[in-house]
Design a protein around this ligand. Structure first.
Ligand code: NAP
Ligand code: MG
Length: 401
């Protein structure tokens, strides 16, 4: 059979530990036999990031801006233990953070739904995609503890020296304080990424905040979303038959639980942090969660939501077979290849992606899975496979479709 040809390279970002091992197996078994892969390869493994003073990470993000689509393997975010383990020159920043900052993007996380892995919420039938604003608020806050009576004020000093003040509180005794900020520019990018992704995936977009209590801060988020929607997106949403819907965060939470799924839920930074863990857990498994970074200009970086699965890697190094679930990483590849196909008008790539995803789902629904799924599956007596055998089973299912 002739392999599918590509015209534009895919930016390939390799990573660390067990997911780096899976990366190669996935490529060898499920991608290279079918696609004449054209990729621009960047090694984001920690060793090479350290060697290049982390320049490789920035270069891979720049390449994503140039070509438009990337696929990324999970990577280590260094901490004190990694400093010694990898003999690092510096505690390099999280690659995801660096790439997100360069692309000014928003991360969309969605679960992969299969029969036999049932969500804890009975009404959920379709994926719920969470979009988390990744700048500011409590994550860039300044805090203070006060130990005695006194007056706390919010002071803004303009460049011309003029001051604007708001009383925060007259303290009678000890207490705590926090100053948060956000930027219109960042909120605008967030809004555009969300509207673009909704159009792209033909799903309704929900956005929630607490504008009734936070009449300036949260209300600005609401206003910016509405302005951009009315000016730039209302017509295309109508054409696509989808809706933009704003509601209070507490109302959103109640609606989400009663819903069937099948929409995007855009959240402020903190809400997104908390709600993405809630939604991921309620759908069943982190190893079945996909993630895509979308920039306001329409550049895409696909990855799995989980980390490098360190514990499994140490077993692998000892020669043991592990049951690390490759599904989210396979879907990162199919997501990126499908997007490349759409942008370049290569339908065969889109057909390949659909078929490979179907092969993954069929394999699990036929009772073949890794242990993380077997322990939560409602399928009786599933066949528990190690990663290599599971990938081979997926290939066999693909060949049969
Ligand atoms: P992790 O790699 O997500 O794994 C945590 C645990 O979740 C695993 O030990 C495993 O549980 C289970 N798990 C996760 N993915 C799985 C899969 N595909 N198949 C089967 N089980 C899976 O998180 P971590 O161990 O806390 O972090 C390891 C490294 O990943 C860290 O250095 C961190 O910086 C990095 N990280 C990277 C990203 C990213 O690049 N996007 C995201 C998060 C973390 P059992 O051990 O019980 O089997
Ligand atoms: Mg969290």
């Amino acid at each position: 059979m002739e392999k599918i040809k590509m015209t534009t390279p895919l930016v390939e970002m390799d990573g660390d530990e067990m997911t780096r091992v899976l990366w190669k197996w996935i490529k060898d078994e499920l991608i290279l036999p079918y696609i004449d892969l054209k990729s621009e390869y960047y090694d984001l493994g920690l060793e090479y990031r350290n060697q290049t003073d982390d320049k490789v990470t920035a270069e891979s993000a720049e390449a994503t801006k140039k070509y438009g689509v990337a696929v990324k393997c999970a990577t280590i975010t260094p901490n004190a233990a990694r400093m010694t383990e990898y003999n690092l020159k510096e505690m390099w920043k999280s690659p995801n953070g660096t790439i997100r900052a360069i692309l000014d993007g928003t991360v969309f996380r969605a679960p992969i739904i299969v029969k036999g892995i049932e969500p804890y919420v009975k009404t959920w039938k379709k994926p719920i995609t969470i979009a988390r604003h990744a700048y500011g608020d409590v994550y860039k806050a300044t805090e203070m503890k006060v130990s005695k009576a006194g007056k706390a004020e919010l002071v803004f000093t303009a460049e011309d020296g003029s001051e604007t003040r708001e009383l925060i509180h007259e303290f009678n005794g000890a207490g705590i304080l926090q100053g948060q900020h956000n930027l219109n520019k960042s909120i605008e990018s967030f809004a555009r990424s969300c509207f673009n992704f909704a159009l792209d995936t033909k799903q309704d977009l929900w956005f929630s905040s607490k504008d009734t209590i936070s009449k300036k801060y949260d209300h600005t988020f609401k206003d910016i979303f509405q302005e951009i929607f009315d000016k730039e997106y209302a017509d295309s949403f109508k054409e696509a038959g989808i809706e933009y819907f704003y509601t209070l965060i507490d109302d959103a939470v109640a609606r989400v639980i009663r819903s069937e799924g099948g929409y995007i839920w855009a959240c402020k930074n903190y809400d997104g942090d908390v709600m993405s863990d809630m939604v991921a857990t309620a759908f069943g498994s982190l190893s079945m969660m996909t993630s895509v970074l979308v920039s306001p200009e329409g550049n895409y970086e696909y990855e799995a939501a989980h980390g490098t699965v360190q514990r499994h890697y140490y077993k692998h190094l000892k020669g043991e077979k592990t049951g690390t679930n490759p599904i989210a990483t396979i879907f990162a590849w199919t997501g990126a290849l499908r997007k490349r196909g759409e942008l370049d008008g290569i339908n065969a790539l889109c057909v390949f992606a659909d078929k490979m995803e179907k092969a993954c789902i069929t394999t699990i629904e036929n009772g073949k899975m890794t242990n993380d799924l077997a322990i939560i599956s409602t399928i009786e007596n599933p066949t528990v496979l190690n990663s290599e055998d599971f990938i081979k089973a997926i290939r066999a299912a693909y060949e049969e479709l």
